[in-house]
Design a protein around this ligand. Structure first.
Ligand SMILES: Cc1ncc(COP(=O)(O)O)c(C=O)c1O
Length: 326
C-alpha cells in the first residue's frame, strides 16, 4: 500500500506544466511550477511546515501552544493544516483588503481570524504587523511566526522547491520568475538554482505601490513608491529579511489591471485556474520577453488557487467595477 501518514506527507513534489497559448510569442520553453497541488492549495504549505518544525526543534513552539501570524491567507492555511495534525491552536491576523473567501477558509480549518485595516502605516498600532506582534506578546504559550523575517521560510524553498525545479528540468532551467511578497520563494529557490548554475537568472515580479523594484535598483527605500494596490500576495511596503536582493537579477512591475486580466486568461487559455499573483507572474514573464532566447527554459512559479478569488478576479461584475474589463 502507498499512502501518506497524514495530510502533511502530501506537501511538495508538485508538477511542472508547460504553458502554451499565452506564451506563443516567446522564443523559449516556459514551464509553470504548479503549487496548487499542495494540500492547502498553495506553495505556502511548504514553508509553514518548515517554520513549525524549526520552532518545535528549538523550543519556540511548545506542546499545546498557540501559533500567531499576520497572513494574507495562504500561510495561514499551511500553518492551520500542520496545527491540526500536531495539536496547536492558531490566531491569524489578516488585512481587510483580502478576499472574504480567504478569511472563511481560515475559519473553516479552525483558526481564529482577526481583521485589520489595510491603509494604515506598518508602525500604526492597528496595522496587521503591529496587531500580530502584540497578540504574540499577550497570548500565553504562543509563538509569533513572522514569515517576513523568519529564515525557515527561505530555507523551506532552498530545501524543497529549488531542488525539485532543478531535478524536474534536468538542470536545464535558465530563468526563474516569481512574484515576491515575503521573499521566501524567490530567495530560497534562487539561491539553490544559482548554487547549481551561477548563470541562472532570477526575476522578481512586483506591483505598483510596492518598494521592491526601486530599492533593488537604487538602494533607496522610497516611501513615495508606497500606495494602496489591488494585486494580492505580492509587493510590500516594508523590506522583509527574507528578500535576499543579492539573489535577484531584476524586478518587473505588473499593473493591477494586467494582473487581474491575466489571472482570467490563465484559466481561459491554459485551463489553469489560479490566484491573482499567478496572473501577475505570467504577465511579468511576457514583459521580460527581450531577455529570453530560443533554447532557454523559463520556470515561473504559480503560488495559489483560483477558488480564493471567485468574488474578485473571477467575478466579471467586480472586474467591470474596477475598470479591468471593457
Ligand atoms: C498568493 C501569493 N502569491 C505570492 C506570494 C509571495 O510569495 P513569497 O512570500 O514567498 O515571496 C504570496 C505570499 O505572501 C501569496 O500568498
Amino acid at each position: 500500500m502507498e499512502y501518506a501518514e497524514n495530510i502533511l506527507g502530501t506537501i511538495g513534489n508538485t508538477p511542472l506544466v508547460k504553458l502554451n497559448k499565452l506564451v506563443e510569442d516567446l522564443p523559449c520553453l516556459v514551464l509553470a511550477k504548479y503549487e496548487t497541488f499542495n494540500p492547502g492549495n498553495s506553495v505556502k504549505d511548504r514553508m509553514a511546515l518548515t517554520m513549525i518544525e524549526d520552532a518545535e526543534a528549538d523550543g519556540r513552539l511548545k506542546p499545546g501552544g498557540t501559533i500567531i501570524e499576520g497572513t494574507s491567507g495562504n500561510t495561514g492555511m499551511g500553518l492551520a493544516l500542520a496545527a491540526i495534525v500536531k495539536g496547536y491552536k492558531c490566531i491569524f491576523v489578516i488585512s481587510d483588503k483580502q478576499s472574504k473567501e480567504k478569511m472563511d477558509i481560515l475559519r473553516a480549518v479552525g483558526a481564529d481570524v482577526v481583521v485589520c485595516p489595510t491603509d494604515v502605516e506598518p508602525t500604526d498600532p492597528r496595522s496587521y504587523y503591529s496587531v500580530s506582534k502584540r497578540l504574540g506578546q499577550e497570548t500565553p504559550n504562543s509563538w509569533y511566526v513572522n514569515q517576513y523575517d523568519n529564515p525557515s521560510n527561505t530555507k523551506a524553498h532552498y530545501e524543497s522547491t529549488g531542488p525539485e525545479i532543478w531535478k524536474q528540468t534536468d538542470g536545464k532551467v535558465t530563468h526563474f520568475v516569481v512574484g515576491v511578497g515575503t521573499g521566501g520563494t524567490v530567495s530560497g529557490v534562487g539561491k539553490y538554482l544559482k548554487e547549481q548554475n551561477p548563470n541562472v537568472k532570477v526575476w522578481g515580479v512586483d506591483t505598483y505601490g510596492s518598494v521592491f523594484k526601486k530599492y533593488h535598483e537604487t538602494g533607496i527605500f522610497d516611501e513615495k513608491e508606497i500606495y494602496p494596490y489591488v494585486t494580492e500576495g505580492i509587493g510590500e511596503d516594508i523590506l522583509p529579511e527574507n528578500v535576499d536582493f543579492s539573489i535577484i537579477d531584476g524586478f518587473t512591475k505588473v499593473t493591477d489591471k494586467d494582473a487581474a486580466v491575466y489571472t482570467q486568461l490563465l484559466a481561459r487559455e491554459e485551463g489553469m485556474f489560479l490566484g491573482n499573483s499567478a496572473g501577475a507572474a505570467i504577465k511579468g514573464v511576457l514583459q521580460l520577453k527581450e531577455h529570453f532566447k530560443k533554447d532557454d527554459v523559463v520556470v515561473v512559479l504559480f503560488h495559489d488557487h483560483g477558488s480564493r478569488y471567485v468574488g474578485k478576479m473571477f467575478n466579471n461584475e467586480w472586474m467591470k467595477k474596477m475598470g479591468y474589463l471593457d
